[in-house]
Design a protein around this ligand. Structure first.
Ligand SMILES: [Zn+2]
Length: 252
């Protein structure tokens, strides 16, 4: 358990994680409202330990947006919307833990400059804009002796409907990425005990993870092509439970 060091927050955090995880799981099982609000709680920074700077800020990237809906379920659940809901829930958790968050988007938009000739290049420009945000935050964090963690939120889809479960990808640019991805993949078992998926390293198939050189993971939260999982993923309670698993896994 290497962890209080991973983030610039002290030992209260594992306790907070445990409490939120239990509350959220219980709430999910009971179908009630999860996660109490504890806004305003802050924790003193832990000292940087040089070689592995503590994570002092998190970039949360809700995949797709605007005219790019991403995957969708047969029943009409659209990936971009679920991504954003999970991203908001995840942001709330990090903020409760006293860790600042930067969102690549908070609205239903793709991130490209409308003033340039974007015809046919919207997606390329969008990904470049997300990368720029991640790199700018990373640069600012490192200037203050910290590091940033990039977490991209997506939903999966596959032609055959039986596949389900969370799948976590990590970037090869920083060894911490795998550690965090493994943590999130393991935490997914609290929510989906039968999930046997293992983390995978991203290559050029995932532009952002391939280019961002700081700790970076991409979470495919579940399969919209699986009718039962798509139905769960469309509910706020399950979205929050997914966010808690990602948060708990990232915190270690
Ligand atoms: Zn996606």
């Amino acid at each position: 358990m290497p962890t209080a060091r991973r983030f610039a927050v002290p030992l209260l955090v594992p306790l907070l994680v445990a409490v939120t995880l239990i509350l959220s799981t219980v709430a999910y099982l009971l179908g009630g409202s999860p996660l109490g609000r504890e806004r305003g709680v802050t924790y003193a920074d832990a000292p940087a330990d040089g070689r592995n700077s503590p994570i002092t800020v998190v970039v949360i990237d809700a995949g797709h947006g605007g005219e790019d809906g991403g995957a969708s379920s047969a029943s009409g659940v659209v990936e971009k919307n679920v991504n954003l809901s999970v991203a908001f829930a995840l942001r709330d958790l990090f903020e409760v833990a006293g860790i600042p968050v930067v969102m690549t988007r908070t609205e239903d938009v793709l991130l490209y400059d409308r003033n340039v000739d974007f015809q046919g290049r919207k997606k390329v420009l969008d990904l470049a804009a997300r990368r720029l945000i991640a790199e700018k935050v990373a640069q600012e964090a490192s200037e203050e002796g910290g590091a940033s963690l990039f977490i991209s939120i997506h939903m999966n889809a596959f032609p055959a409907p039986q596949y389900s479960g969370m799948q976590v990808w990590y970037g090869a640019g920083d060894p911490t990425s795998k550690e965090i991805a493994d943590g999130i993949q393991a935490a997914s078992l609290t929510l989906m005990p039968d999930n046997r998926r293992k983390t995978k390293v991203a290559g050029s198939n995932i532009y952002l993870l391939d280019h961002i050189k700081t700790p970076a993971v991409l979470v495919e939260c579940g399969f919209l092509s699986n009718p039962a999982e798509a139905e769960r993923l469309a509910t706020k309670t399950y979205q929050r439970a997914v966010a808690v698993a990602i948060f708990a896994g990232a915190m270690g």
